[in-house]
Design a protein around this ligand. Structure first.
Ligand code: GDG
Length: 469
């Protein structure tokens, strides 16, 4: 069995920290790393005065992590800059707030180069390398230029934007060219995969042969591999004393009303403003029903150093305050809006206590909250999932009430439909979704990707030439 080297932007130092920070992904990666005696390499999240390439090794629960610290300029230009001010908005179709700065692009390239040079000595001839996400798109090409001939795969956790949007990025062509250094590139859905292939063929002249793209003698296989949650771990969480206690307590505090739950990182891609406005529409259009429900929105702040995140936070404070001011009564507050994070056990308990799961991103690579909500339900009295059509998860969770999150009316109608849905229909829809969540879980996803990576023919790798970036 080849050793697996996983490379991602962030790595938490201790295994306990790993599962708290990244949930299912960390757990699944840990299992694969443990089995293959592999290494997880990335940034520790800490800052150093000047980058020195020092690797901090840690071993915990059989998993070896190797982390580096980054200097302030890298954090500003690579992480807060190109990754989160340029690529994240653009890849979520928000070209209106994407910032195109040469300093960011240079910082991104520099940080990727530093990651590559630092991890390079750790890579042994039989290892398979798996690079994660939009922070590290050019990393594979950097490794090739250092002479790495190993299998290297890349997985994108966010959407791939439509070709016309991507052409607004000054470095788009160069960036996509670097992706031909990988043996395998994976996306959550066929839609993201097709957008990638369309850009590569229409803008770069790549040739698509089956599931392979060929450009100037380099060939990359492309697959769709939807990520899942760690369903087994989640069942344990949901059965924990803390989860059960939370469900009991939440039901008590609901005071006979139905709870609608939203759980999202505070991010503009999650459609929180539109969600609040859609909910307000429901309150306005359904005066008889409005006091039957309340919305609990848990939204832990993220990326607070980036302006657009400060703006969305201020806007949500304003909208939720306005809705509560206009509609609340002595015994009822329509929105409980909470800017903090909770343990995974508590979240599982809260999901179960909610009659409706409201997952309405404007654009989302997958969305694991939708799957967690399904996993946490009581089989005999499951709640209803309202899910955005524009989340990758909508491809698999087809029995959810699928809506267009930009339409306040559709959102309001879906809440009414969910509240009126008979038990048999709720059970029938939930069963099919639960079967999918259990079957196509994170272990299934990881195997699907790693098996495809291992299936890459050695011959095609030997003949590959590095693509200039
Ligand atoms: C990216 C892509 C893709 C949330 N609040 C708390 C908490 N969470 C956990 C959730 C869930 C995770 O964070 C969020 O995952 P999502 O998939 O919903 O979204 P992103 O963070 O944007 O992730 C996304 C994912 O990568 C994987 O490929 O699905 O499309 O954008 O697990 O439960 N966890 C805890 N407390 C909280 O308050 N402990």
């Amino acid at each position: 069995m080849s050793r697996l080297i996983v490379i991602s932007n962030r790595v938490a130092a201790a295994a306990g920290e790993l599962s708290a920070a990244r949930g299912g992904l960390a757990v699944a990666m840990s299992a694969a790393l443990r089995e293959s005696r592999g290494i997880w390499f990335g940034w520790s999240g800490k800052q150093t005065d000047s980058f020195n390439g020092h690797i901090d090794f840690n071993r915990s629960d059989g998993v070896t992590t190797a982390t580096v610290e980054l200097e302030e300029q890298d954090i500003d230009e690579y992480y807060n800059g190109y990754a989160n001010r340029t690529l994240w908005p653009l890849f979520h179709y928000r070209v209106d707030i994407a910032e195109y700065e040469r300093d960011f692009a240079d910082g991104y390239q520099r940080a990727n180069d530093r990651f590559a040079r630092t991890v390079f000595p750790l890579i042994e001839p039989d290892d398979a390398v798996w690079v994660q996400d939009y922070h590290l798109i050019p990393l594979g090409n950097e490794l090739r230029q250092l002479g790495v001939r190993n299998r290297i795969g890349f997985f994108l956790h966010i959407p791939w934007p439509p070709r016309r949007l991507l052409t607004t990025l000054p470095e788009a062509a160069a960036l996509v060219r670097t992706m031909f250094a990988y043996d395998l590139v994976g996306f959550h859905t066929e839609e993201w995969l097709q957008s990638f292939c369309e850009y590569a063929s229409e803008e770069l002249g790549a040739e698509l042969i089956g599931d392979r793209l060929r450009l100037d003698g380099a060939e990359v296989r492309v697959i769709a591999a939807p990520i899942g949650i760690d369903a087994k771990e989640f069942d344990v969480l949901a059965g924990s004393a803390a989860a059960k206690e939370t469900t009991r307590w939440m039901r008590e505090s609901a005071n006979g009303r139905e709870m609608i739950i939203g759980v999202d990182r505070l991010d503009y891609s999650k459609g929180l403003e539109q969600r609040f406005l859609g909910y307000e529409r429901f309150l306005r259009d359904n005066p008889d029903e409005r006091k039957r429900v309340f919305l609990l929105q848990i939204a832990p702040p993220s990326r607070a150093a980036v302006d657009s995140y400060q703006r969305i936070r201020a806007s949500l404070d304003e909208i939720s305050g306005r809705i509560n001011g206009a509609h609340a009564d002595l015994d009822w507050v329509p929105i409980r809006y909470v800017n903090r994070s909770y343990s995974r056990e508590v979240l599982a308990g809260v999901y179960r206590a909610a009659r409706i799961g409201l997952v309405t991103p404007l654009r989302d690579g997958m969305n694991l909250v939708a799957k967690e909500y399904v996993a946490a339900q009581d089989p005999e009295d499951p709640g209803v999932l309202i899910l955005s059509r524009f989340a990758g998860a909508a491809d698999q969770l087809k029995q959810a009430l699928l809506i267009n999150p930009f339409s306040a009316e559709e959102l309001a109608d879906a809440i009414r439909t969910a509240l009126a849905m008979p038990l048999e229909e709720r059970i029938a829809r939930w069963r099919q979704m639960k079967a999918n969540v259990d079957q196509e879980d994170v272990v299934w996803w990881r195997k699907r990707f790693v098996d495809a990576l291992m299936a890459v023919e050695v011959r095609s790798r030997a003949s590959r030439t590095p693509v200039p970036s």
